[in-house]
Design a protein around this ligand. Structure first.
Ligand SMILES: Cc1ncc(COP(=O)(O)O)c(C=O)c1O
Length: 365
């Protein structure tokens, strides 16, 4: 299926219309089935906890993520920010990978909302070791010292190209964090991609952590929404933060119904997105583009155009002119392509052809 034209972005209002939109898995529009579920949703006042669709979604999400309870929120950023706040006091330290979403893409929210300082670890492929964690969480001899109180882990890891954590590493890391007195938060915005790719159930991964974020508006194809899951007492405290953040809604069942539909219809099919990402990567690699095939574990493909002597903005412009939307990453010359529900095999085959051609033109220019 050819991608429907994507909406305009602030960076590129006109040029991205009508392209094969590989910029992000947030590009999806609700499918006909999802729209029907939205139209039929039973709703109530969510703030009073009377919305049956929201309540049902929260229960399903808690079970899916291996936790007792969950709270529905508008975005994964809000879920992460609330979790960090629940696990810390102002002046405490957050330990996370240097390129974690909570460190680089949440507008300093950890400092703004929770008053956290950040101890950023130099991870490899989005992962770091127990030794790295222990090196920055040596117990202090002084009661008044600032303390590392929260560890955040991202799975899949966005900036490393959608890579997954092996389960045994997560088990060791969360045990070590707990031994040092840190609470553990999983930014599992794309946890279901990790679960599908590794064959490890999401509740096994999620259950290792004190709290878990899951995003509905990425691979799951919902228009918006996220969940924060954790122990019942923690989620009860999260409700207060939901109100404080302005995230307590009213007839939110309209959106929760999309989430319920996605849990039924859009989880197993993430394997199709992963297979399409692999096809893109292999096609581009075979055409001589600098793609690291080992990096492709889920629905992301990273392309280092610097290795072709191209600048990021020129490469993105050439690609848009050719009819393919990729996006930039935190790494200055690395672009990414992300597969999703609104792309079919024919889009992918076309992108396999168009991207090498467009970039070679870019090199020659
Ligand atoms: C790993 C990760 N966490 C959190 C978020 C935030 O999601 P939202 O846009 O719903 O706030 C994103 C968005 O891309 C992400 O990739």
């Amino acid at each position: 299926m050819r991608a429907r034209p994507c909406s305009a972005t602030p960076e590129a209002p006109d040029r991205v219309r009508g392209v094969i939109d590989l910029r992000s898995d947030t590009a999806t529009r609700p499918s006909a089935g999802m729209r029907a579920a939205i139209a039929a949703a039973e709703v109530g006042d969510e703030q009073r906890r009377e919305d049956p669709s929201v309540n049902a979604l929260q229960e399903r999400a808690a079970a899916l993520l291996g936790q007792q309870a969950a709270v529905f929120l508008p975005t994964a950023t809000m879920a992460n920010q609330i979790a960090l706040k629940l696990h810390s006091r102002p002046g405490d330290v957050l330990v996370a990978d240097r390129f974690a979403h909570v460190v680089i893409y949440e507008y300093g929210g950890a400092a703004v909302h929770a008053g956290l300082m950040i101890e950023a670890l130099d991870g490899r492929e989005g992962r770091f070791t127990v030794e790295q964690l222990e090196a920055v969480t040596v117990p202090s001899t002084k009661a008044a010292d600032q303390r590392a109180t929260v560890l955040a882990v991202e799975n899949t890891h966005n900036s490393s190209g959608g890579r997954c954590w092996p389960l045994d590493e997560l088990e060791a890391l969360t045990a070590a964090a707990r031994a040092r007195g840190l609470a553990t938060h999983l930014d599992g915005a794309r946890l279901l991609n990790a679960a599908v790719a590794t064959g490890v159930a999401a509740d096994r991964i999620g259950g290792l952590f004190d709290t878990v974020t899951l995003c509905l508006s990425k691979g799951l194809g919902c228009p918006l929404g996220a969940l924060l899951a954790g122990p019942a007492e923690t989620i009860e405290r999260a409700w207060r933060e939901k109100h404080l953040f302005g995230g307590a809604m009213r007839q939110a069942g309209i959106v929760a119904a999309a989430g319920l539909y996605a849990f039924d219809h859009h989880v197993d099919r993430l394997a199709e997105d992963h297979a399409r990402a692999r096809r893109l990567a292999e096609g581009w690699h075979a055409a001589g583009l600098p793609v690291d095939l080992d990096q492709v574990q889920t629905n992301f493909v990273q392309l280092d155009v610097g290795a072709m002597g191209l600048g990021r903005d020129d490469a993105l412009a050439s690609l848009r002119d050719a009819g393919v939307g990729l996006s930039s990453t935190i790494h200055p010359t690395v672009l990414r392509a992300v597969t999703h529900l609104d792309l079919g095999d024919d889009d992918v085959e076309l992108a396999v052809e168009l991207v090498p051609r467009a970039l070679r033109v870019g090199v020659a220019a």
